[in-house]
Design a protein around this ligand. Structure first.
Ligand SMILES: CC(C)(COP(=O)(O)OP(=O)(O)OC[C@H]1O[C@@H](n2cnc3c(N)ncnc32)[C@H](O)[C@@H]1OP(=O)(O)O)[C@@H](O)C(=O)NCCC(=O)NCCS
Length: 264
């Protein structure tokens, strides 16, 4: 065999093997994380998240090579078919999984680590839509570290970082960095749970705040004491005025012009 052809065949075979390995890993990722996924054939034919990531890999490669228009066209057609919009510039790691998918938007400068899961309706978007020209080309979308889960309908906005293993609760709006191995919920997102990365044991971290309503308010206590003192003094003044015969006003005397002035 001609040495050049032999080498070329080997390169092609290596590429095909790598591609098949990646496709197999993608299918296995769906089966690992979607309890409804049954056979491999069903997963391949009916998982929009899988179709979106496959076409994104192609679009991203073309985008990196500077091919004009085509990457956006691929992204656009994919959105039409799957309901998932991934900008070709977004960088996505391995074992990525989008469950259901409809309404997912991933912006141009988003970065996603390995083993990340997104559910339907998730947006990885920009924080502010004013001054668009100044933002062009700048990092403006979130970074999701390895093992992050963003659940249904959550919005993560701006060039913030969601730490490794963090969970973003359904419907949350997150605009600040999220520490690793925590759960964030609400609008705006706040940390409610921390997990030990070694043992996985979870601990509530918002309990003190939750029970604050039951604690005595020290300022209110001081005001209450002062009020009681004033009542005692008023009673005493009234008593003294009563015993002296002609009582002056409790709190005022008149000056030479007849204008009332406060007693000191
Ligand atoms: C965030 C979530 C994953 C739970 O994470 P967790 O670390 O186990 O957190 P916990 O269940 O211990 O919840 C901690 C607190 O946050 C609250 N909380 C949880 N999720 C919340 C949310 N999305 N919004 C507001 N509060 C939420 C809980 O009620 C609890 O507070 P409470 O004790 O005062 O009631 C889960 O609540 C969630 O949002 N799941 C959505 C999953 C999904 O996308 N499903 C659709 C699939 S199709």
């Amino acid at each position: 065999m001609v040495p050049g052809i032999h080498e070329g065949t080997r390169i092609v075979l290596r590429g095909v093997t790598r591609l098949l390995g990646q496709l197999r890993e993608d299918v296995q990722t769906v089966r690992d994380r979607d309890p409804a996924a049954l056979s491999r054939l069903e997963v391949v034919l009916t998982t929009p998240g899988l179709h979106a990531i496959w076409t994104h890999r192609l679009a991203h490669r073309l985008h990196l090579q500077g091919v004009p228009v085509l990457p956006r066209v691929i992204s656009h057609v994919t959105r039409f078919v799957t309901g998932i919009e991934i900008h070709p510039g977004a960088r996505i790691g391995r074992r990525f999984f989008i469950d259901h998918g409809m309404g997912v938007v991933i912006g141009e400068t988003a970065e996603i680590g390995d083993h990340v899961t997104l559910y339907q309706g998730v947006t990885l978007g920009i924080y502010h839509t004013a001054n668009v020209s100044a933002m062009r080309g700048a990092k403006r979308h979130p970074t999701l570290r390895d093992g992050v889960t963003v659940t249904v309908g959550a919005k993560i906005l701006g060039a913030i970082t969601i730490g490794e293993g963090a969970i973003v609760g359904a419907g949350s709006v997150v605009t600040r960095d999220v520490p690793p191995h925590t759960t964030v919920v609400g609008v705006p997102g706040r940390v409610v749970v921390e997990r030990d990365p070694e043992t996985g044991v979870a601990r509530r971290v918002d309990q003190a705040q939750r029970h604050n309503v039951d604690l005595p308010d020290p300022v209110l206590e001081v005001v209450r004491c002062l009020h009681e003192k004033v009542l005692v003094l008023e009673a005493r003044v009234a008593e003294l005025e009563g015993s002296s015969g002609a009582p002056p006003s409790a709190s005022t005397v008149r000056d030479a012009t007849g204008t009332p002035s406060m007693l000191t």
